[in-house]
Ligand binder design. Structure first.
Ligand code: MSP
Length: 470
């Protein structure tokens, strides 16, 4: 993400809650990260692409309980569904971390212990508005603004008072503000950065980092115990955020290669606060370098409507699979990556739009260029790509090595800037240049004269080479 390329590239997606099955939101975030990982590997960097599942949520335990399963059984069932889905979508992640794995738990405990030892975590009383559906406390201001309902799900907030362990977030607000101001690329896109800055300037309060078990609750006993003997459990968000760190530590021990810090923490806009505020402050407290960039994309909506459980309109895996079966995985990638909510506005997944993009960009665009060129190669050269023939062609307007390398350079710049719609667009442009070249040089006419076959060969060689590059 940073403008100067470096040898290593570490990209991480959020880790996904295992209380439910994967849907387009999870697949989109991971597909974007996959595209970035593929690009950086292609560019010769040593890539670490991390994804995984967030399992110590109270919701996981409750959802399992409803089905007569232990939290671990339910978590494993869903973590497997995520792993299967990601394999099916051919994601090239280098690791898949589950927060219930000992390699994670041990390191989380060590981090929390360090924060306790340093006095960055202290015990106090907490009173606040608890959003049970999101498992997070909401500030008084936000609660009032949303009439004491969850800003995300609209369910009523509950007033909670409890003894708790707090992280001294307030101690880090000046350093965080300075970091964000000094590093314009730290939070992207720009609009999101401004939102976060605005909120930090209102002041940061210390945040609770543990929760007490409620006797009789299926979630009692689920989660990593606080190492201070309080009997409380580490708040799921603290546990989850540390996955990026614990997975890298684990990799470092296994391979000897340290990828820290992340080049990009890719997230959805709903969880930007955790990643752009709590996460960097935790890292400062642990004395670790911060990620180069926290990139928050927006949301997919469907046929103009927000996707929600109550509307039952989630674009789930079976639906995605249907599209992939009919149109191919590459077509799905093309649609999601060119039309997706990469910037600060939501994007609509509409069937008619999928078809329109498929026809315009793929069938009539790149597909058509490929089939014209391969048909001619079949017809005039028995399916073998002809050799280039220097001097056969007077094509001053088409300096192919120059054109292709310009496009490659532009595409690489766009990929480094995380602008994947543009990467794809540049591929399309190159294939349209091939169309223009064919239109201008008319190889199908030249082919009628056997003495000009070397010119035809030269044209088709350049077309094929440009399309390969595209
Ligand atoms: N477990 C937390 C993340 C912890 S990271 C340390 C979590 N999980 S989640 O499964 O609920 O969501 C994961 C991601 O999916 C979020 O980044 C969220 O924005 C994304 N999406 C969920 N629905 C989405 C859409 N409709 N569209 C695009 N992405 C959305 O939050």
């Amino acid at each position: 993400m940073s403008s100067k390329p470096r040898k290593q590239y570490f990209i991480a997606t959020p880790i996904y809650y295992v209380n439910d099955k994967p849907h387009i939101g999870h697949c989109y975030t991971t597909m974007l990260a996959d595209a970035a990982a593929r690009y950086h590997r292609f560019a010769g960097r040593d890539v670490f692409f991390l994804t995984g599942t967030d399992e110590h949520s109270e919701r996981v335990a409750r959802a399992g309980h409803k089905r007569g399963l232990s939290p671990m059984e339910w978590a494993t069932q869903n973590a497997t569904a995520f792993q299967d889905a990601f394999r099916e979508l051919r994601f090239t992640n280098d690791d898949f971390i589950r927060t219930t794995e000992p390699r994670h738990i041990d390191r989380v405990v060590a981090c929390v212990q360090q924060l306790l030892d340093q006095g960055d975590i202290y015990e106090g009383d907490y009173e606040g508005w608890w959003d049970a559906t999101q498992e997070e406390y909401v500030t008084e201001n936000t609660a009032r603004e949303h009439e004491y309902k969850s800003p995300v799900t609209g369910k009523p907030l509950v007033k909670h008072t409890e003894k708790n362990d707090f992280f001294r977030l307030s101690d880090y607000s000046d350093r965080l503000l300075k970091h964000i101001n000094d590093n314009p690329g730290f939070i992207k896109p720009e609009a999101r950065r401004n939102e976060v800055l605005g909120r930090i300037k209102q002041g940061l309060q210390d945040v609770p980092v543990s929760r007490a078990d409620t006797p009789g609750d299926p979630a009692a006993g689920w989660g990593i115990p606080m190492p201070n003997g309080s009997g409380r459990r580490i708040y799921v968000w603290i546990d989850a955020l540390l996955n990026y760190y614990t997975a890298n530590e684990d990799r470092k021990e296994r391979t000897g290669v340290d990828h820290w810090p992340p080049s990009v923490n890719l997230v959805g806009k709903d969880i930007l606060w955790f990643h752009a505020v709590i996460w960097p402050c935790l890292l400062m407290a642990l004395d670790k370098p911060l990620p180069d960039c926290v990139y928050a994309h927006s949301y997919w909506i469907r046929e103009g409507r927000k996707m929600s459980k109550s509307l039952g309109n989630f674009l789930d895996l079976p639906t995605l699979r249907g599209y992939i079966k009919r149109y191919g995985l590459d077509a799905m990638r093309w649609y999601l990556l060119t039309q997706g909510p990469l910037g600060a506005t939501d994007a609509d997944f509409a069937h008619s739009k999928f078809i329109e993009v498929y026809n315009a960009h793929l069938a009539n665009g790149i597909g058509n260029a490929f089939s014209r060129v391969s048909n001619m190669i079949g017809k005039y050269f028995e399916g073998n790509i002809p050799a280039p023939c220097d001097g056969a062609l007077n094509s001053e307007d088409f300096d192919w090595p120059e054109i292709s390398s310009q496009h490659v350079k532009m595409a690489c710049d766009a990929a480094r800037a995380f602008d994947f719609p543009n990467v794809f667009h540049i591929g399309s442009t190159l294939s349209r240049t091939v169309d223009g070249f064919i239109h201008k040089t008319e190889p199908f006419k030249l082919a009628k004269d056997p003495s000009r076959l070397n010119e035809v060969g030269d044209i088709l060689y350049h077309c094929a080479e440009a399309l390969r590059i595209a």
